[in-house]
Design a protein around this ligand. Structure first.
Ligand code: 13P
Length: 343
């Protein structure tokens, strides 16, 4: 397979000033979020919600690619038009989550390994033939006094690299997502250390598995203090720590870095991304890669709450979704500010 199509897809995803939207929650995760809002946990409710998202008028102005789940990529709108045709008409590239979830890592109590490599080559071929052009695999790494172990970091980095190589063989751009979780009271400095160690391991393995860096996208966490850490740094400090950490470990050949939101509020995620693009003396510039977003919750959350399963709220939910997408696109230019959050 020639590498040029992969390079072109990766550039279209990250090089256009837009970002990615993740709507690839597994059925279990989606149902959990629906349950909190009293929405029925059915395939039809999930289909209606995803239809609401992808039919939001103008979404293609801000979003270059949408990551789908296996159930969703096979679905249609009420009128029978396939979701994939909807995305294609909106100029949005279809992506697909291909891992099968994080399971207990044998021998490492409390740590996880992401599964899904068995049979992956065949699944990737099917998704490519359906029209998907990129894929996602998420590894999770937790922080506490003893974790993460080297064993957990290496096992997950290896799986990410095997996945990425299989994607490129199938013509799909791999989004490589090693997520260092925000849960806990660890400091920003500890998150920086762990993030750097994970990313070093990931790039080592990507190199070992002959992954074309120009044809992939990295989806990391921002470098942040844990959710319950009493000291929470400003957006500028988070942005600076994140960019410095990435500059140390992410090769310049990678075309783009698209952050996950990981449980940050929509506003904070936008403000922190914005701070990475705000020119200041301390912020290194120019950066070798595009820095963008691949948010799930930080774009969807307000819309899901407004919709709450009721069709009469559909328009308002779509407006809220589009607003968060616009805020993040503005953040990519360093043009996001509190004024954008006013009603
Ligand atoms: P969040 O932005 O909600 O963390 O989701 C991004 C994602 O794709 C997680 O795998």
């Amino acid at each position: 397979m020639s590498s040029q199509p992969l390079i072109d897809i990766a550039r279209s995803l990250v090089g256009t000033g837009k970002g990615l939207l993740a709507i690839d929650e597994s059925n279990a995760t989606c149902d959990k979020r629906f349950a909190k809002l009293g929405i029925p946990q059915t395939m039809e409710a999930r289909r209606r919600y995803r239809e609401l998202i992808i039919t939001t008028a103008g979404l293609g102005q801000d979003i270059s690619g949408i990551i789908l789940y296996d159930e969703t990529i096979r679905q249609q709108k009420n009128d029978g038009v396939s979701f994939l045709d909807v995305l294609s008409s909106a100029g949005i590239i279809a992506g697909i989550k291909v891992d099968t979830g994080a399971k207990e890592l044998a021998g490492f109590p409390g740590e996880k390994i992401t599964e899904g490599l068995d049979g992956l080559r065949d699944r990737l071929r099917e998704y490519f033939n359906m029209g998907a052009r990129f894929a996602k695999w998420r590894a999770v790494v937790a922080i506490d006094d003893r974790r993460p172990s080297r064993g957990c970091i290496e096992a997950n980095a290896h799986a990410l690299a095997r996945y990425a190589a299989l994607c490129q063989e199938a013509g799909l751009v791999p989004v490589v997502e090693p997520e260092v979780l925000m849960d806990g009271d660890h400091t920003l400095e500890r998150c920086r250390e762990v993030t750097a160690e994970c990313l070093r391991a990931v790039f080592d393995q990507l190199h070992g598995q002959r992954v074309l860096l120009e044809g992939m996208i990295l989806k990391p966490n921002m470098v942040l203090a844990g959710l319950t850490c009493p000291q929470q740094e400003s957006s500028t400090e988070v942005a600076l720590a994140t960019v410095k950490c990435l500059l140390e470990v992410v090769p310049a050949a990678v075309p783009g870095i698209a952050f996950l939101s990981g449980g940050q509020s929509g506003k904070l995620a936008s403000a922190r991304l914005n701070a990475m693009h705000t020119r200041s003396e301390s912020m290194p510039s120019p950066l070798p890669w595009a820095l963008t977003f691949s948010f799930g919750r930080a774009i969807q959350q307000p819309a899901l709450g407004i919709w709450s399963g009721e069709e009469m709220h559909r328009g308002a939910a779509q407006a809220a979704l589009l607003h968060r997408a616009q805020c993040n696109r503005a953040a990519r230019r360093g043009e996001y500010g509190v004024a954008m959050e006013l009603p």
